[in-house]
Design a protein around this ligand. Structure first.
Ligand code: 9MR
Length: 472
């Protein structure tokens, strides 16, 4: 039976403001140490580049690999500003037995994201697939099924209230011709459950951004027309719909020419849009020419998102070619992700970096700029949190009225053996005792009378004295 995302197809919020304030550089030094050298040397972390452009760059992750595969975890933490649990939040994962929940993997991913200053996209609450047997084969009548659905949404969204920024509330509602897909939900409940599901999710977390998500809706066509009509109708009803996710499981060279126009027409309905599951599969083996086309395809998608002001971000689907779902579903196809099976960046990684502006700016101030501090600007060091062996530090760079900075660099010595492990809102390195932090691409400017803050985590033992910091 052909997979719904078959090879012949065209497939594919309010994050943007939040990304600037909330998602920041945070390439961990640990992560950097494990990163493939070409990625580290060639391009700044994708998450930093994306944040500087006002969008997020995300990826889909699995708990097992985050916990057990160092190269995978390093890339996931260092390169991406948003994580989507690939399977861990699906119904079959969280409620395999009625009323008995298993949150272990979802919790693990959310904790990883929090530790790395990343946002989370929740995926997915209502789907025709990956439902547990008790639900799929339960033969429930409409009233009971509605109750089960409401309970599930309230429980899952409620659990992650404040920790999941956006939810794919409803996934893959439509068939290719634009009719509603026959499923447990539509067959039993009709179509009114769509607005109900959004409403229940909204009640459980009023701040969460609620999305419809689908594939083969990236370009103009019957299926995206149906989704468009649904979004318009939901908006007209006043249902809490905030965004539309375009999965973007593409075939090499087949990014729809109408992608940007299509994103824009949805945005014009007054919702955010996001690319939620981007990959570009090709017939293996990969050749230089195919990888080059793939790079162009990835670049096109990122540029399309950047061109639409309500496009909040792009999420790639799976970290590396070794992790991708593609080969098992499309025999003969693969190599669909940004990193090869050895976790080395592919040309597509660089194309994404370039689309996000790599090479057009630098996050490190030049020595001449940093050697002449503006009069009166200062850097203040604090330790807001400290525990057994770890601590969180912060530095605020401030300028008095009449002085300002276009870039900055702060340095200090850790005299008691402290070791930096992770930073955000600045690019920090430690060599021996010496720590140097330079502004990220987006926060070099300190206005007269203004300030900029960055933070970091580190380890300590014995004592953790506050160092003397020097600005520029
Ligand atoms: O990548 C996911 C894979 O590990 C699962 O086996 C599969 C089960 O259907 O789901 C994959 O993710 C899908 C996503 O949840 C929804 N859009 C299509 C994705 C690829 O099939």
């Amino acid at each position: 039976m052909p997979h719904p995302l078959g090879p012949s197809t065209h497939r594919p919020t309010r994050f943007r403001r939040a990304v600037l304030a909330f998602t920041v550089c945070a390439a961990t030094l640990l992560g950097a140490a494990l990163l493939p050298s070409t990625a580290r040397a060639a391009d700044p972390p994708l998450r930093e580049l994306a944040a500087a452009k006002g969008i997020y760059l995300g990826n889909a992750v699995a708990g097992g690999a985050l916990g057990g595969n160092a190269a995978y975890a390093a890339l996931a933490g260092a390169q991406f500003g948003s994580l989507t649990p690939e399977n861990a939040m699906k119904w079959g994962s969280v409620e395999p037995t009625r009323g008995s929940y298993n949150w272990a993997e979802a919790d693990q991913i959310v904790a990883f994201a929090q530790a790395h200053g990343q946002q989370v996209r929740g995926h997915t609450l209502v789907w025709h697939s990956q439902n547990p047997g008790w639900l799929a084969n339960g033969g429930f009548g409409a009233a009971e099924l509605r109750g089960i659905l409401q309970q599930h949404i309230a429980t899952e969204v409620g659990r992650y209230q404040g920790r999941v920024r956006a939810w794919d509330v409803l996934n893959e509602l439509f068939d290719e011709d634009g009719s509603y897909r026959s499923s447990l939900w539509t067959d039993t409940l009709g179509t009114g459950f769509v607005a109900d599901a959004l409403t229940w999710a909204h009640q459980a977390d009023p701040a969460a951004e609620l999305y419809l998500n689908d594939y083969n809706v990236e370009g103009l066509g019957a299926k995206s027309d149906a989704l468009y009509a649904l979004v318009r109708s939901l908006k007209a009803q006043g249902a809490p719909i905030h965004g539309v996710g375009f999965q973007a499981h593409f075939v090499l060279g087949q990014v729809p020419a109408t992608l940007q126009a299509n994103l824009q027409r949805f945005a014009d309905l007054g919702v955010d849009v996001a690319v939620t599951e981007l990959d570009v599969r090709l017939q293996t083996p990969a050749t230089e020419a195919k990888l080059s086309q793939q790079a162009a395809d990835y670049g096109t998608v990122v540029k399309s998102c950047l061109a639409v002001s309500r496009c909040r971000g792009v999420t790639a689907w799976d970290i590396s070619d070794a992790d991708s779902w593609v080969p098992s579903v499309f025999p003969g196809y693969g190599a669909a992700t940004l990193y090869d099976a050895g976790y080395q960046p592919k040309p597509a990684h660089h194309a994404v970096a370039v689309a996000l502006g790599a090479g057009t700016h630098t996050s490190t101030p030049s020595p001449s700029a940093s050697s002449s501090p503006a009069p009166g600007c200062t850097a203040a060091y604090t330790v807001p949190n400290q525990w057994n062996t770890g601590f969180t530090g912060g530095v605020t760079v401030s300028c008095p009225p009449g002085s300002s900075l276009g870039s900055w660099r702060v340095g200090w010595d850790f005299t008691a053996g402290q070791q930096l492990s992770q930073s955000w809102n600045a690019t920090c390195t430690q060599t021996g005792t010496r720590v140097t932090c330079a502004n990220a691409a987006w926060n070099g400017g300190v206005t007269a009378g203004g300030s900029v803050a960055f933070g970091f985590n580190g380890t300590w033992s014995g004592s953790n004295p506050v160092p003397v910091v020097a600005l520029n």
